[in-house]
Write a protein that binds this ligand. Sequence first.
Ligand code: GLV
Ligand code: MN
Ligand code: MN
Length: 410
Amino acid sequence: MENLTIDGKRLWDSLMEMAQIGATAKGGVCRLALTDLDRDSRNLFARWAEAAGCSVSFDAVGNIFARRPGRNPALPPVMAGSHLDSQPTGGKFDGAYGVLAALEVVRSLNDHGVETEAPVEVVVWTNEEGSRFAPAMIGSGAFAGIFDLEQAHGLTDTDGKSFGAELERIGYKGEGCGGRPVGAYFEAHIEQGPILEAEDKTIGVVTGAQGQRWYEITLTGQEAHAGPTPMNRRRDALVGASVIAKAVSRIGHEFQPDACSTVGMMQVYPNSRNVIPGRVFLTVDLRHPDDEVLAEMDWSLRHTAEAVAKRGKLELKLEQIWQFDATPFDPDCIAAVRAGAERYGHTHRDIVSGAGHDAVYMAGIAPTGMIFVPCEDGISHNEIENATPEDLAAGCEVLLHAVLEKAGGR
Ligand code: GLV
Ligand code: MN
Ligand code: MN
């Protein structure tokens, strides 16, 4: 049978139109979860999905499902999607690509008059980034039973606003969450790293995701005057936090080739230039594809933080607020992605995801696979994030193939 086509220009135009919501001066997107801009992007998606003949619903954490019926309504749906929220310095493609590629699959099935056996659902997961509300992947995690509704709704941002109240405010708080079978889940995404581009491969056949641990650390010393306080009498929380930040970087370097370690956030109190900082809040993100190595990195972090606190006469509060183990994807879904790349004549290689994705939680409840396409210089979580229309179209073709494999209907 001939290969079904997708409309790469329509996909690109949709990405560019979506990117206008929250567009930044540097060409990126700032669309934090559950803000007015997030609502606007949801509304645009829902409008497009309805125009494509889908019935649109949302659940108790605001995940949106756009359903295209199949021949057999008793079959569990094949889902494809990603997220529309972004980092503060986000790009146009992180998340939006997976959502709009899935929408393009539905639009293409319509164009070709293809009826699938199983229903197909395009899904928009809430708060994937974990930037405004930590941790990440809350919507898919709630759907998969990792977080309960109370937990999700109770999360607060740095202004103390709650997830539940903000969800209600933007009009996306529905009823129920998860607890229904999913035939398969596929997520297309830019790689967010340099491998595909460096090796001149169009498709990353994602075999799984590395494990992650997130920590929150508060160091408490004592505010004091920057002039009269002798150096040996200080309990400077920022000095301690800086040593920890340096150690976190060292831990990442120590466990090469695969470890990653980041301090991405620091809040200094009272943040005044002539007051010795009495309190610092910082976050740590540790990642490794091998759970045993990740456990060693964890030990190293704790050990260092305790030593730093003791030396600086600081009080230490260290809490691991989130973790997931390295997650392999489903062999059949991986094979379907690889077969899609072959079928459409795209170069490919197997790859492990360095980023967390909603697919990680979906892998716990449904056969799951992911498709990566290259991004320029491997840069993401940056306003200059970029990808080519050709590569994005190629990933969408592979997604179409994978969805058809699982939903049936060739
Ligand atoms: C998600 O964007 C992550 O931090 O991996
Ligand atoms: Mn993403
Ligand atoms: Mn992201």
